[in-house]
Write a protein that binds this ligand. Sequence first.
Ligand SMILES: Nc1ncnc2c1ncn2[C@@H]1O[C@H](COP(=O)(O)OP(=O)(O)OP(=O)(O)O)[C@@H](O)[C@H]1O
Ligand SMILES: [Mg+2]
Length: 256
Amino acid sequence: MSSLRPSGGARPLLRVVPPPGAEATEGDSALFALHDIDVRYGRVPALTHVTLSIHAGERVALIGANGSGKSTLLRVLHGLAPHAAGAFATRVPPQGQAMLFQRPHMLRMSVRNNVALALWLHGVRWRKAQQDAVAALGQVGLAGEAGRNARTLSGGQQQRVALARAWALKPAVLLLDEPTASLDPTAKREVEALIADAAHGRTLVFASHNLGQVKRLASRVIYLEHGRVLADLPVQDFFNGPLPEEARQFVKGELA
Ligand SMILES: Nc1ncnc2c1ncn2[C@@H]1O[C@H](COP(=O)(O)OP(=O)(O)OP(=O)(O)O)[C@@H](O)[C@H]1O
Ligand SMILES: [Mg+2]
């Protein structure tokens, strides 16, 4: 058990990673369990009293207005929230998850090596890492760009490289922050199909402003407002059942 830096010296964030092979007992089989998580940036509350669990095989969509806390929640799941307080338990070791950030970061090197380096850091030998990188780039339609400096690619192309980097790791959990946001309409459809494919046998948590995409990809929808979870429902119930008023207004506004 290790603790990360607490916010304001209040409650420490406890991150619990059971040893590999530990048997899940009833009640603690969640891949991620968050209890009363608070994240503040100075005076700004990014997440407030968030309590939820995510189980293997779920496809969870995070929705909500700009600044509602979607990216922050993804960061907490990925273990990247030094300002968090509360209790966080996970059964997924860091190498079992891949995160696609909202603004992908490209290193000043070839597209191929940007992907290969991630594999190499996960213990894959360099030559094999380069081969796997080219295969992953092919999956996102960028095989022809493998030799280019990644920093010279367009925003949408860089997002696809970041997706290739995530796929190549073959993680048990995919954390994707607005994975199709800066893609053109054709690429959006193609990448969405890739995500649907990649989600088979995996756990997927993604943020999206595209409710059509949420309907197509998600099994569960979490609606955030000002850092609070106001709805957490199976996808059919979210779109067909009664919702808290704020969530109903949000869906109405997004669909309008
Ligand atoms: N590094 C940071 N420093 C200060 N405030 C931050 C930081 N990151 C996020 N915040 C604040 O935390 C809140 C939640 O932000 P977050 O990025 O999680 O929202 P989001 O739902 O992902 O929004 P968007 O739809 O715009 O991506 C916002 O008020 C934001 O301004
Ligand atoms: Mg965000």
